[in-house]
Design a protein. Structure first.
Length: 236
């Protein structure tokens, strides 16, 4: 008789191929259909914290390369691009910890400011992959004010003086510059500068139309959909 320890493998190992099963979770003949794997794999982008990202990537690559050698998959790298994210510290500039009493409860922030404001503030904090700074209460207040301003402009008739001040062509040029900037920034995960561009655009044009809402939607989807409806548009 003996008491055996069965939990001997690191949890990173246990989860090293689960993304394949997500493709075809009800298949009882194989772990995933080959046509579905061909369509969806390898994963376009892998993001996570540095420690988890590194360990999980190490084991996942081992699994996939072994499965490739066995002829079970037709690719030998699980992820196309890997990006680490930065770290949000407590308000005192120290890593969040219950023992230090500096943990920010996101549920409380969402209850006070709304999910869109919290999401947008996290995206605005700094560069996605290198940010390492504190949660600043005044920062989320600023984002909340910005979204309230967007709402007010969306629900207020446009000011006819704006077209005189700007001129149609200048306004269109500035709008297209913002579309280009926001689109490229999102593609490169430069969310903070994309949001900054939205703020500059709003300051210049003071117009919230369907195009502005499309640029805002990745950061504040709930509010953008509500305002889109307020503007009389149907669908998403």
């Amino acid at each position: 008789a003996a008491k055996r320890e069965t939990d001997t493998m690191d949890t990173f190992v246990d989860s090293s191929w689960y993304f394949l099963r997500y493709l075809d979770p009800k298949n009882d003949k194989a772990f995933a259909d080959k046509d579905k794997m061909k369509e969806w794999m390898p994963v376009d982008m892998y993001t996570g914290g540095a420690e988890h990202n590194t360990m999980h990537l190490l084991y996942s690559r081992f699994f996939i390369k072994a499965m490739h050698d066995l002829g079970l998959v037709d690719f030998d790298e699980p992820f196309t691009i890997r990006r680490n994210h930065g770290t949000v510290l407590g308000p005192n500039g120290v890593k969040m910890s219950k023992s230090k009493g500096n943990v920010i409860d996101p549920d409380k922030e969402v209850a006070q400011f709304g999910a869109d404001a919290v999401r947008m503030y996290l995206a605005f904090l700094g560069p996605y992959d290198t940010f390492n700074g504190p949660w600043a209460p005044q920062g989320i207040t600023g984002i909340s004010r910005f979204l309230n301003r967007v709402w007010n402009l969306a629900t207020t008739p446009p000011n006819p003086l704006l077209s005189v001040r700007w001129g149609a062509s200048a306004g269109e040029i500035r709008l297209h510059q913002a579309i280009k900037k926001v689109g490229e920034d999102i593609e490169h995960l430069h969310f903070n500068t994309a949001i900054s561009e939205l703020m500059k655009l709003l300051n210049k044009r003071e117009i919230v139309d369907e195009t502005f809402l499309k640029l805002l939607a990745p950061f504040a989807p709930h509010l953008a959909e509500e305002m889109n409806s307020e503007l009389g548009n149907k669908g998403f």
